[in-house]
Ligand binder design. Structure first.
Ligand code: CP3
Length: 345
């Protein structure tokens, strides 16, 4: 485990404590807008970067060294989980995730393995150890996983999609097999996140990037019940952040789940997000990532307005989704600096 943290603003915001200013980090902060990331990307392919603890830990600390965010997020991917479950995943340049043998039948579901995570995902745990050594207690480290529904989408569709029609068709025509797969993903994810916490991450975030593709009713059946199981299992050991993109309709339910914080995207105003959660939970977000293409002065104003909108307490400044690769590095810097310069009055 790590020594006492020098900067614990992020963990204090997750506990709901009063803070002098809100903490800040950016989804996908370890990524392609950084020249130092691109230098490594050009040398090693995507899953080599994920599977080599020296590289994954180095990429994780790159944005912290450059900007001094208040939390680091471990460089990895949500798709290492299906890989560990014996479902092949490739990252095709220009295409994104590519699963050559998608899960489409009950027999396919039966073949999916619930692995020993210490074994199959041991490289992630080693990356956590090496990252905490490099961070030396500077800031907390966030571990993450995809929500079962979002992982299911890739496993069944076989690639990214605008509609995830094949994934939905599987749910609506073969619900028993769909739930069997969702249960296997949930079981693996719980073991994986618990192992991450035991190894040294300070909080975990669940990414339900495709939750908003479902109607509220289908969301409850195919996504939310499994997220709730993960929150129940992880809550005793670490703060849990749930980021369910496009799921403003579920904010009230999610705010009663035992999660420590909820991520929100930019389609909801701070005031509406606070109303829907009755002010009872820490919120994280929610600037449109494309707004980092605005001039730095505008970014600064928008950050201050966003903090006033959410309030400085029970709030973690972030984007409403991952940072875009074409964002100029000075613009990302303006976003982080605006938060550090914030003071009330
Ligand atoms: O936030 C961080 O900095 C940590 C690293 C991280 C990555 N992926 C690295 C990555 C995190 C948290 C993720 C999560 C992830 N991966 C999600 C959920 C968050 C979201 O953005 O909705 C999803 C849906 C994936 C699946 C995935 N991985 C896609 C769709 C792609 C290709 C599209 C893209 O953005 O390029 C990836 C590849 C990927 N994962 C990259 C990075 C930095 C880019 C590819 C590369 O570097 O070669």
């Amino acid at each position: 485990m790590t020594a006492k943290l020098k900067n614990d603003l992020f963990l204090r915001a997750l506990k709901g404590e009063d803070v002098p200013r809100p903490p800040v980090w950016m989804m996908r902060q370890a990524g392609r807008y950084l020249p130092e990331f691109i230098a490594l990307r050009d040398k090693y392919d995507f899953f080599t970067r994920c599977q080599t603890p020296e590289l994954a830990s180095e990429i994780t600390v790159q944005p912290i060294r450059r900007y001094g965010m208040d939390a680091a997020i471990l460089f990895s991917d949500i798709l290492v989980v299906p890989q560990a479950m014996d479902i092949a995943v490739e990252m095709k340049p220009g295409v994104g995730p590519w699963l050559p043998n998608p899960v489409r039948t009950p027999a396919d579901v039966d073949r999916v393995v619930v692995p020993d995570v210490n074994d199959s995902l041991g490289y992630v745990l080693e990356a956590i150890r090496q990252t905490n050594e490099k961070l030396d207690g500077e800031v907390p480290l966030i571990g993450f996983a995809g929500a079962p529904w979002t992982i299911f989408c890739y496993c069944v569709q076989g690639q990214g999609s605008k509609s995830f029609d094949k994934a939905k068709a599987f749910c609506f025509t073969q619900p028993e097999a769909a739930h069997a797969l969702l249960r296997k993903i949930t079981e693996t994810t719980i073991a994986y996140l618990k192992a991450k916490v035991a190894t040294g991450v300070h909080a975990v975030q669940l990414f339900d990037s495709w939750g908003g593709m479902l109607s509220p009713e289908d969301y409850r059946e195919f996504s939310w019940q499994y997220i709730q199981q993960i929150v129940d299992a992880l809550k005793p050991v670490a703060p849990v952040i749930v980021f369910a993109k496009g799921c403003w309709f579920a904010l009230d339910t999610m705010s009663r789940s035992g999660a420590s914080a909820l991520g929100v995207d930019w389609t909801v105003s701070p005031q509406v997000a606070r109303q829907l959660t009755s002010g009872r939970i820490t919120l994280q977000g929610n600037m449109d990532p494309a707004r980092l293409l605005s001039p730095p002065g505008t970014i600064r104003q928008m950050v201050h307005e966003m903090i006033r909108g959410f309030g400085k307490n029970r709030y973690i400044v972030n984007l409403g989704h991952g940072i875009l690769p074409e964002v100029p590095i000075e613009h990302a810097g303006a976003f982080i600096q605006a938060v550090k310069d914030y003071h009330e009055g």
